[in-house]
Ligand binder design. Structure first.
Ligand SMILES: O=P(O)(O)OC[C@H]1O[C@H](O)[C@H](O)[C@@H](O)[C@@H]1O
Length: 447
């Protein structure tokens, strides 16, 4: 039967199966906190039942706007950062053709406002000079600096190009129901809007319009994505026993490893298509767990690419790491290695084999090598890279993250630490009201 599997046998050289099992009651308590909405940050548990609550009408209205923007735009620029960017980027990269940017057909989704890089944004505007485009601007708070700056640039550019009225019909805002500067702006300018529910935090928002609209614009099946998440919701719910519950297994295993001094979790993939799933996961786990001087540090590598760069460290460096290998059982294409009569590279023993077989043996060989080098490996597999299984995977990670956060006894739904850099940046830039801080900072920095 097709399912997401969590395999723990390659951590048992380092921890006992009984250590993982001993967390069963605690994990079940965390599950009750999640479903009963009685734990820390319980105002932000809207994502738990979100997949089941999305209505056909909501999906239809997302699809309608997506189709309309597609019909009149060569590009749609999605403006957002963090949770207002990574989910859509992750799904689009996972499901898309690796070279879709180079073909001529269909609307391409571009991203902006996920950095303050002057060159990136200047180059983007230059590209957009020559093409038709629309904008989806996403910010839950409606006040985040990076997307706000990018949106200023893009709004002016689009208005200059097509006029204010047409620009307003090509801009869609996704933000809070009533709060924030973006909500105000959208109401003033008459943009179409979608709402991010109050009880869904940014990093848990991929299955709201935040993720669904850009994913639909990119041409993927959001109904299948939601369907997969629904299945994951059922399979990870409080009623599913610990032993059969993949989210409970994963959460328990990583916390047992953490308690044994494995403080860094490296997410490993064997397809570059999953690179941004790792980036999305890094935000989800990093912001949810990294607080009160606690939390596993989430890192990521793409194999076999990074076996030729980070492989050395993982094999023989500091022993404070464990890996979580995410694999896809069935590739979407078939490609066999050709015979070469010269055989100069001496690889004719691979003739006729599929690339996926070589990749799989690289994966199995690496797990054993890393185990031998002192690195435990959790293994997670999904049957294929499809909208259904990506939806499943996303919900699975969200659920396991909430359980993990509660196991650590932190609030998995806030991110107070993110404010520190923002305050300093504003003070250095001379924001009114920050004069004293600015002075002190300039002195400290010697500028
Ligand atoms: O959606 P926004 O309110 O613009 O927030 C975008 C991101 O930036 C913040 O600083 C938070 O750390 C993230 O959790 C959030 O996803």
């Amino acid at each position: 039967m097709s399912k997401l599997q969590v395999k723990l046998n390659n951590i048992y050289q380092f921890v006992d199966a009984s250590d993982v099992l001993s967390l069963k009651n605690k994990v079940n308590d965390c599950q009750k906190l999640i479903e009963g909405k009685t734990g820390k940050g319980s105002d932000f548990l809207g994502w738990v039942t979100l997949p089941a609550e999305i209505t056909d009408d909501q999906l239809k209205s997302i699809e309608k706007v997506a189709n309309e923007l597609r019909s009149k735009s060569e590009f749609v620029v999605v403006v957002g950062i963090g949770g207002s960017y990574l989910g859509a980027k992750a799904v689009i990269e996972a499901l898309g053709n690796s070279f879709s940017m180079l073909d001529n057909g269909g609307t391409k989704v571009l991203f902006a406002g996920n950095s303050i890089c002057e060159d990136y944004h200047a180059e983007l505007l230059k590209l957009l000079d020559k093409h038709t485009y629309s904008i989806v601007v996403i910010s839950k708070s409606g006040t985040t600096t990076e997307p706000a700056i990018a949106f200023r640039l893009l709004k002016q550019h689009l208005e200059g190009k097509v006029g204010k009225t047409e620009a307003a019909s090509r801009i869609v805002a996704i933000t809070d129901q009533s709060k924030g500067a973006l909500r105000k702006l959208a109401d003033t300018e008459g943009y179409r809007t979608f709402v991010i529910p109050d009880d869904v935090g940014g990093r848990y928002s991929v299955l709201t319009p935040v993720g669904l609209l850009p994913i639909a614009i990119a041409g993927f099946d959001i109904r299948q994505l939601v369907e997969g998440a629904r299945q994951a919701m059922t399979d990870t719910s409080v009623g599913v026993p610990f032993e059969q519950n993949p989210a409970c297994q994963y959460a328990a295993a990583r916390n047992v490893l953490y308690a044994k001094g494995k403080k860094v979790e490296i997410m490993v993939n064997y397809t570059p298509k999953l690179h941004y799933i790792t980036e999305w996961w890094k935000q989800l786990y990093g912001e949810s767990e990294g607080k009160e001087n606690k939390g596993i540090f989430p890192a990521g590598v793409d194999f076999t690419t990074d076996l030729h760069s980070m492989g050395q460290y993982i094999q023989e460096g500091e022993r404070f790491i464990f890996e979580t290998v995410v694999s896809v059982e069935k590739p979407s294409h078939t490609l066999n290695i050709p015979n070469d009569p010269e055989n100069l590279d001496q690889l004719n023993f691979l003739t006729g084999k599929r690339l996926s077989e070589v990749n799989h043996m690289a994966e199995l060989g690496t797990i054993v090598a890393h185990n031998d080098g002192g690195v435990p490996c959790i293994q997670i597999s999904i049957p294929e890279l499809s909208a259904f299984w990506i939806g499943y995977l996303l919900y699975f990670f969200e659920r396991a993250c909430a359980i993990s956060g509660y196991l650590l006894d932190v609030n998995p739904f806030d991110q107070p630490g993110v404010e520190a850099y923002k305050k300093n940046m504003f003070a250095l830039l001379g924001k009114p009201g920050f004069e004293d801080e600015g002075k002190a900072l300039r002195k400290r920095l010697g500028i």
